[in-house]
Structures are given as structure tokens and as C-alpha cells.
Design a protein. Structure first.
Length: 85
């Protein structure tokens, strides 16, 4: 029983580290793409309509989270890594 728990713990740690590396890479790419393509339009919305800017910002946060989770799940399935359910 202890061996199975130790194996599960190692699997969780391994998958967590792999997931953090994937998230890190994707977030850096997203940051530079957003900085390049969204900085000026978002600055314009911030200066002209603060409420719209807030909703766009929240939408971007939610879309980023959903997209990254879908992408990491796809990558885990494609690589064949076990997921703890």
C-alpha cells in the first residue's frame, strides 16, 4: 500500500513539474503576443472607456485560462502522461 502511495506521489510531482514548464512556456509566448498586438488597443480602451476595458480584461483572463487548460490537457493526452482524476 505504501509503495502505491509513493508511486502516486511521484506521479503527481512529475506531472506537476511538467505542467508548470508547459504553462511557463505558453505564458511567456502569450505575454509577448499580447504585448505586441493588444497593448495599444487596450491602452486606447483604458483611456476612452474604463468599463469596456475592465470587461475586455476579464474576458482575456478567462479565455487565457480556458485555452491554456485545454492545450495542456491535449498535450498531456498526446504525450501519454497519466493524469490523476
Amino acid at each position: 500500500m505504501e509503495e502505491k502511495a509513493d508511486r502516486s506521489f511521484k506521479l503527481i510531482i512529475r506531472n506537476f513539474l511538467i505542467e508548470m514548464v508547459i504553462y511557463g512556456i505558453l505564458l511567456v509566448v502569450y505575454f509577448f503576443l499580447a504585448l505586441r498586438y493588444l497593448s495599444q488597443p487596450l491602452a486606447d480602451y483604458f483611456n476612452s472607456n474604463l468599463t469596456l476595458y475592465a470587461f475586455i480584461g476579464l474576458g482575456l483572463i478567462v479565455a487565457q485560462a480556458v485555452f491554456l487548460d485545454m492545450l495542456v490537457t491535449f498535450l498531456f493526452n498526446a504525450i501519454g502522461l497519466d493524469r490523476m482524476e
